[in-house]
Structure formats: structure tokens, C-alpha cells
Write a protein that binds this ligand. Structure first.
Ligand code: ATP
Length: 356
């Protein structure tokens, strides 16, 4: 059992920079939590505070009820896997994996058993005698995982562990990490830049914005009900279309020309959002008045299984993205008639940035 609780955990660096004001996070035993957010939002800082590699300057971190703030990394019963794997180059795979156990005075027979069993689990049986430089990137990554696993830690911490791998291997390792974590049931905190990685791995995601947990929820909750435009833009690829708009007297206006009927009863400036996959394309023959707006096509990205169409709306500066399944090849400069079903709208208060 390993429950990790952050109570108003904060970090002010010695130069006075407040990287994390105060984060509250309750990680259940066996849960897989992914920290996401743009570069510099504080993901690594938060992870390193849990690891004990960075001091906590306010608040409290507990693992299974024990306050960890002042404990050395080695006394926290956690194992961390880094982006660069941090393997010892002069040691064999076996010794890299055995190192932590040897240091803790574990007896030889137990080490042999543990390393062999984790090696088998990760498909490293044949590689135990090799040095890191004789391994592929994916194999090195597995050794780094193996080194964390042999210790049977209460908590796994991952700092962008797949970012040095090519796209195909990243997908494969992503699946492996998820399967292993489920099998071992180890509480996990994982940092990534990668949208898809975050969405597919996480039980719950934490979206960090300038050191604040802007929203915490399951991938689907964040996709379906983002709390702010920041989260709306961050979750989902391509990003949600977000346009400045105004609701008044039952009409939503975008720019000078677009008017959409709504049953909204408030009058407010809003940020109006719709995901690229929720815009519907009407046939060319449809009458103009059936469309909510007309998109002038500026660029087309054909990805085979789907097509992304970028374009402009009259009187609106922001580029709008439409995602259609299958191949499509509209001419650049041509016009597309689009519907934006109101059930798929996301509305945020323009001044508070909160979901309406
Ligand atoms: P990335 O995705 O680029 O790795 P991140 O979300 O992991 O970014 P952090 O590395 O946690 O972000 O950094 C958070 C903020 O704290 C950044 O603004 C960074 O410049 C600042 N920071 C990091 N380390 C220090 C330090 N030792 N002293 C002062 N500020 C720091």
C-alpha cells in the first residue's frame, strides 16, 4: 500500500522564484498519475520534491501517513526513472540493476533471484552481461525500468522516460510501462510533455499551469469538461478551437459577422470552444443558411486516416481547425460550410477564465 498525499506543497528556489505556489494532490494506492503542462510549468520540480532531490519549502508530503519532507531520497522507498536513464556506463546490465540492492546490503542469492526475475519480465535475459553502450535506446530504457523495479519501491517516479526514443518504440514502451504498472500495482507519478502518452497512461492527469494544478481528473473528464481555456487548449490534439465571443440576448456572436442562436440566458463576454473533431462539414450543395459559418481553407494536412483542415472565418483572426475522418482534399481558398453543434460547445467566462 502506498498512498501519497501532497498538502499545499510549494517550492521557492533560493533565488526567490516561486516555482510551485501550493499543490494539493491525493494519490491513491496503485494509482497512475501523470503530470502535464507546458515547458517550465513546474512538472520536474514537483516530481523532484516527491523524490527528495529538491527540498520542499512549504506544505507537507506524506507517503502512507509518514511525513517525508525532511527524509533523504534513499529513505523514501521510491524509485525514479529518468529521461537519460542515468545508467552506469562501466557496469553490466546485471550490475546496473543490482547496484541499489548491493548498496542496501541485500544478500547475493536474493539479488540474483530478483535481477533475474525482473530481467525476465522485461525481456532482458540475454542482455545481462552487456554494458549500456552495447544496447539500443529501448533496451537501455528497459534496464532503467528494471533497476527501479528490482527495489520493489512503494512509489515509481518517471521523468519523461520515453522522450529519447523514436516514435515507434515510444508507443511500444508506453504500452509496456502501463502493463507493468498494472501488474505490479505500484503507485506512480509520471511526467511527460507528450499528450498521447499522458492521455493513454494516466488514471488521472494533473494539468500544471505556472506551478498551479489547474485541473485534476481522468483523461476523459479533462477532454469532455475542461475547467479553463488553458486546460481545453492543452488536452486534445489538435487543440480545441477557442475564439473570443459574446453572449447577449440568446445570441452568441463571434467577430462582426457570425451569429449563433443559443438558449443561454446570461449576457457575458466568453471564450467559445469547439474541438476540431466536433465541427461538421456540410455538403457543398447545402444552402448557406444551413451552415453556422463558412470556413475559407488555408491549409490541408492529409494524415491518411484523417484530414486536418485549417482555415479562417470572416472577421475572425484566429485560425480554425477542422478534423475530418478519412481523406479529403479541398482546394486552398475554397469555402467549407460548417456546423458547430451546440451540444459540443465549451464556454468559459472571458474574465474569470472559468467554465460556464
Ligand atoms: P520542462 O517541461 O521544460 O522540463 P518543467 O515543467 O519540468 O519544464 P521545471 O523544470 O520544474 O519545469 O521548472 C519550473 C520553473 O522553475 C521554471 O520556470 C524554471 O526556470 C524554474 N527553475 C527550475 N530550477 C530552478 C532553480 N534551480 N532555480 C531557480 N529556478 C528554477
Amino acid at each position: 500500500m502506498a498512498e501519497v498525499i501532497l498538502k499545499e506543497v510549494g517550492k521557492t528556489y533560493p533565488n526567490g522564484f516561486n516555482a510551485i505556489p501550493a499543490v494539493d494532490l491525493h494519490i491513491a494506492d496503485g494509482e497512475f498519475i501523470v503530470l502535464v503542462g507546458p515547458s517550465g510549468c513546474g512538472k520536474s520540480t514537483l516530481l523532484r520534491m516527491v523524490a527528495g532531490l529538491e527540498s520542499i519549502t512549504s506544505g507537507e508530503l506524506t507517503i502512507n501517513g509518514t511525513v517525508m519532507n525532511k527524509k533523504e531520497p534513499a529513505d523514501r522507498d521510491i524509485a525514479m526513472v529518468f529521461q537519460n536513464y542515468a545508467l552506469y556506463p562501466h557496469m553490466t546490465v546485471f550490475n546496473n540493476m543490482a547496484y541499489g540492492l548491493k548498496n542496501r546490503g541485500v544478500d547475493k542469492a536474493t539479488i540474483l533471484k530478483k535481477v533475474n526475475s525482473v530481467g525476465d519480465m522485461l525481456g532482458l535475459e540475454e542482455l545481462l552481461d552487456r554494458k549500456p553502450k552495447q544496447l539500443s535506446g529501448g533496451q537501455r530504457q528497459r534496464v532503467a525500468m528494471g533497476r527501479a523495479m528490482v527495489r520493489d519501491p512503494q512509489v515509481f517516479l518517471f521523468d519523461e522516460p520515453l522522450s529519447n526514443l523514436d516514435a515507434k518504440l515510444r508507443v511500444q514502451m508506453r504500452v509496456e510501462i502501463r502493463q507493468l504498472q498494472r501488474k505490479l500495482g505500484t503507485t506512480t507519478l509520471y511526467v511527460t510533455h507528450d499528450q498521447v502518452e499522458a492521455m493513454t497512461l494516466a488514471d488521472r492527469l494533473v494539468v500544471l499551469n505556472k506551478g498551479n494544478a489547474e485541473q485534476i481528473g481522468t483523461p476523459l473528464e479533462l477532454y469532455e469538461r475542461p475547467a479553463t481555456p488553458f486546460v481545453a487548449a492543452f488536452i486534445g490534439s489538435p487543440s480545441m478551437n477557442l475564439l473570443d465571443a459574446k453572449v447577449a440576448d440568446g445570441v452568441l456572436s463571434i467577430g462582426a459577422n457570425i451569429r449563433l442562436a443559443t438558449d443561454l440566458s446570461f449576457n457575458k463576454n466568453v471564450v467559445w470552444g469547439i474541438r476540431p473533431e466536433h465541427l461538421e462539414c456540410l455538403p457543398e450543395s447545402a444552402p448557406n443558411e444551413d451552415a453556422d459559418f463558412i470556413l475559407t481553407v488555408q491549409a490541408v494536412e492529409s494524415l491518411g486516416a484523417e484530414t486536418l483542415i485549417y482555415g479562417t472565418l470572416e472577421g475572425v483572426e484566429t485560425i480554425v481547425v477542422v478534423r475530418l475522418s478519412g481523406p479529403h482534399s479541398p482546394e486552398l481558398g475554397s469555402q467549407m460550410k460548417l456546423k458547430a453543434p451546440s451540444a459540443k460547445w465549451h464556454l468559459f467566462d472571458a474574465s474569470t477564465q472559468q467554465r460556464l
